[in-house]
Design a protein around this ligand. Structure first.
Ligand code: NCD
Length: 318
């Protein structure tokens, strides 16, 4: 298995082999998690601190469960009530935590680049759990694992990523990962929700859902990130649903066996029809959550192996 990295800050620095290593190990953890005895000692003796400066339900609980299943001591810092509110800078918070000797730091922050900055100041492995509209690497990896298990491969698929591309770190990390694995990616959404310079990623851009979904193997829906919008990006939610909300008619333009994905949290009736989200023959939204725990176990396990080797004085070329 190759994964010569000290941190997991984004998909950008990962190679095809790195991605495959995480997914292969995650497959083993899916099996462990489905069994009666869900414990391993891969992180025994290590301390994992979760720092979420932005709200999170599934990502934080998924990282917490992943760490506990691997035997780490896991602490959740409540950043809403911490000294940050008293004016402490991110770097001071990081240095304080660093003095407690954590081994794995899981960080979500509203500013793009904040997690990478923090990683430079600490002596442990840092995992980016979402930084602004920049990257959300474990989400892209869990999406990739879901696709690979459902479709039997992770290359030469047509994947439509639909909705609020401009504000979405999920879209960005997925676009990079799926491109690296040689898939055909289409970005579908209104022009106001496409980021500037999107052409450079090599994806096709489409403003019409029916056209964008045509013959797709995978339909990935995104939440409208209202908290990151500072103006009128859409005329109204009703109008948005009419043009870009995924319903049975629009989905009929994709391949008959196309799967439907959503990272959550979902706005039913805004970007997706509730009946599609609940359709067990099409929607893999629950599987995504399951894969999330396994992928985070794999990522933390691989980083911990490097950390241990580095501390033992072995050269791991990180
Ligand atoms: C995503 C996020 O936080 O970027 N959610 C998640 O991690 N499950 C997507 C979103 O908030 O819409």
């Amino acid at each position: 298995m190759t994964f010569a990295h000290r941190h997991l800050l984004g998909i950008e620095p990962l190679s095809q082999a790195d991605i495959t290593s995480v997914l292969d190990l995650a497959d083993q953890y899916v099996t462990l998690n489905r069994g009666a005895q869900k414990h391993s000692d891969a992180l025994a003796g290590l301390t994992q601190i979760n720092m979420f400066f932005e709200n999170s339900t599934r990502t934080q609980s998924s990282f917490e469960l992943a760490g506990k299943r691997l035997g780490a001591d896991v602490m959740n810092m409540s950043m809403q009530t911490s000294s940050v509110k008293k004016g402490e800078t991110l770097i001071d918070t990081a240095l304080t935590l660093n003095a407690m000797h954590p081994d794995l730091l899981v960080v979500r922050h509203p500013n793009s680049g904040a997690v990478a900055l923090l990683a430079q100041k600490v002596n442990c492995a840092v995992l980016n759990a979402g930084d602004g509209r920049h990257e959300h690497p474990t989400q892209a990896l869990l999406d990739a694992l879901t696709i690979r298990r459902k479709k039997g491969r992770l290359h030469r698929l047509t994947i439509a990523i639909c909705g609020d591309i401009a504000h979405s770190r999920v879209a960005r990390s997925n676009l990079i990962l799926l491109g690296k694995m040689e898939n055909r990616v289409r970005l579908v959404g209104p022009p106001t929700l496409m980021p500037a310079g999107i052409g450079e990623f090599g994806a096709e851009v489409c403003h019409d859902m029916r056209e964008g979904l045509k013959d797709a193997d995978v339909v990935m829906m995104l939440r409208l990130q209202k908290e990151r919008m500072d103006g009128g990006f859409i005329p109204s939610e009703r109008e948005y649903y009419h043009r870009y909300g995924l319903d049975a008619e629009k989905l009929s333009h994709a391949k008959p066996d196309a799967i439907v994905m959503h990272p959550g949290p979902m706005n039913r009736g805004v970007e997706i029809d509730g009946a599609i989200a609940d359709d067990i023959n099409r929607s893999v939204i629950q599987e995504q959550v399951e894969m999330g725990v396994a992928v985070r176990m794999a990522a933390m396990d691989l980083l911990a192996r490097n950390l241990r080797a580095e501390r033992a004085g072995k050269d791991v070329a990180v």
